[in-house]
Design a protein around this ligand. Sequence first.
Ligand code: ADP
Ligand code: MG
Length: 691
Amino acid sequence: MNVSEMFGSMVFNDHVMREMLPKKVYQSLQDTMVEGKALDEDAADIVAAAMKEWAVSKGATHFTHWFQPMTGITAEKHDSFLTVDKTGCVIMDFSGKELTRGEPDASSFPSGGLRATFEARGYTAWDPTSYAFIKDDTLCIPTAFCSYTGQILDKKTPLLRSMDAISREAVRALSLFGKKVKRVNATIGAEQEYFLIDKKDFSRRLDLRLTGRTLIGAPAAKGQEMEDHYFGSIRGRVKAFMADLDEELWKLGITAKTEHNEVAPCQHEMAPIFDNANKATDANQLTMEMMKKVADRHGFACLLHEKPFEGINGSGKHNNWALSTDEGENLLDPGKTPKDNAQFMLFLTAVIRAVDDYQDLLRISVASAGNDHRLGANEAPPAIGSIFVGDELDAVIESIIEGTPFKGRSSSSRLDIGTSVLPKLARDNSDRNRTSPFAFTGNKFEFRMPGSSFNIACTNVMLNTAVADALKAFCDELEGASDFNASLNALIKRELKAHRRILFNGNGYSREWEEEAEKRGLSNYKRTPDALVHYCDEKNVALFKRHNVYTKEEMESRLEISLDEYQKAIHIEAVTMSEMLRRQILPSALRFTSSLASSVQVKGRIGVAANADKNLCAEASALCDELFVKIDELDECVAKGPQQTEKAAFYAADKIIPAMENARRICDRLECIVDKSYWPVPTYSEILFYV
Ligand code: ADP
Ligand code: MG
């Protein structure tokens, strides 16, 4: 296998464009990609023809506008290239119009009420900044999805808008340091965690199939306490899966780089090389899709749910984030000269202010029924937002705020931004705190709250826009300054002081931190609806309006969709659980008790003691009785739920989840005493320690 030949072979990338497009058309497409200039119709026709020729040569027969509606997954509607020409002959055709615009039926995707008041139809528009690719013999064209009146109905459009916002403000900030750049990109590397389990086990569990997680299940005799899975040697079957996955991703131009085992049994991770936020998001969506597909080929089911198994670590998606100029300078790299350091401190300060001011938005961007099992559950980051910068940078910040000499490893000196050099930060020092939700790791930030199944667009919309806003405020102030260095020093000192409360280097899982965070006034929204209701707070609406990312209506629609998604997820879980308990667990457990009862009877007749049978029968019967009641209570609870979306979401959190919890506890106790041969679903030890 020749990796460099295979890499990107299914992507209509720069290399292919250069080869297949006339020079002039290639140039105007470049202008469209880099500067967002509109592509004229003739050029679009030529690009479309080249794309089709290339796609057909790779065996493609269909094309689709590939987009990311609010469902969280990607959507596609396939059309074939097939057309009948004037003479009645069948030809393969693809026009510029078909490339640039499509009309899927918008009414079948969530719009959060936008469609009720506006035009029902929607359209997809080509996003030339992410390459088209071939998947399943279909040319996939990345597109944005909007309503006819221009309201956004997808996750890509706001991301593109937020990227423009951060670019605009970062370019401004750089010009303060005498640098002229055209574009600054948010760069993202999304580390993807997932579970692989045997397909046979998966297919026998209704809960996994319908909800992505196990709703019942007693802990296995062995969990993850031995920590023997992390970086452990990879099972042969899994290795074959990973190799196959790498190949599929490489063909799609996705830079799958590292594959390794994670902490929990059956848990693994894949990390790509970072790219700009738009391409990285598309790549991550494709990665999740490919993981499921490739798993199936290898007799596995890939679980992307945040918490497939109780008591076992859940899965997240670390969102590594930095800023990079079109010349490749990483703006979160401290640099070596005083001037570089000053620039770094300004960007660092902007991030600190952004995360403090918009901690609620970051929490909201990772809120879902699935992720609630991770956040604040003593394994993943807590639900409280805070930043970890490492001891050295923390000492730097301290010295700036207090105006005291900086006591570094080698020297003790005053740190004047713009004139003195920052100490060289040791990289490993900054990467140790695994409990922090937002950690500086030497030249980028790692946001660890996103759940494994998330589309990372939303998180990056929040981050980009919030940081853009801080930079905007800084530029507004510094652009008119007569003494730049003095003003910069004063601004950084003031801002760090004002937002110091968001910095925390200690153990994010501890009870003390929760108390301390409360004293500092940091928000701590443990459950999705608690967080979501702050989405449309005045300051947040103003933020997105200021940077043309969302209108208030668009935000209200998104809030409605998120609340609805949450309450539906819990509803489906409750109904699934009830069905499993009523139709699988209870009947099996009852059969077990009746077999015990018969044995007691028979043994009694022949005068043999039957204490074990009798006691076990009594214990299991009592649990069955209790379970029966709990299932009734759960069903009743679900039936009584309110209709209105926000009320339904809180009802789900307040009432349905505890009712499920109650039923589960009884079921899990039963599991521990019922004869295995009677138990109707694979148990944790069977699923997690498959051979
Ligand atoms: P680890 O987190 O295991 O120490 P790395 O720090 O090498 O591993 O990288 C983790 C992820 O961060 C990778 O996906 C990598 O591509 C990404 N990454 C590295 N540099 C940047 C950057 N400047 N911007 C965004 N992501 C980055
Ligand atoms: Mg990492």
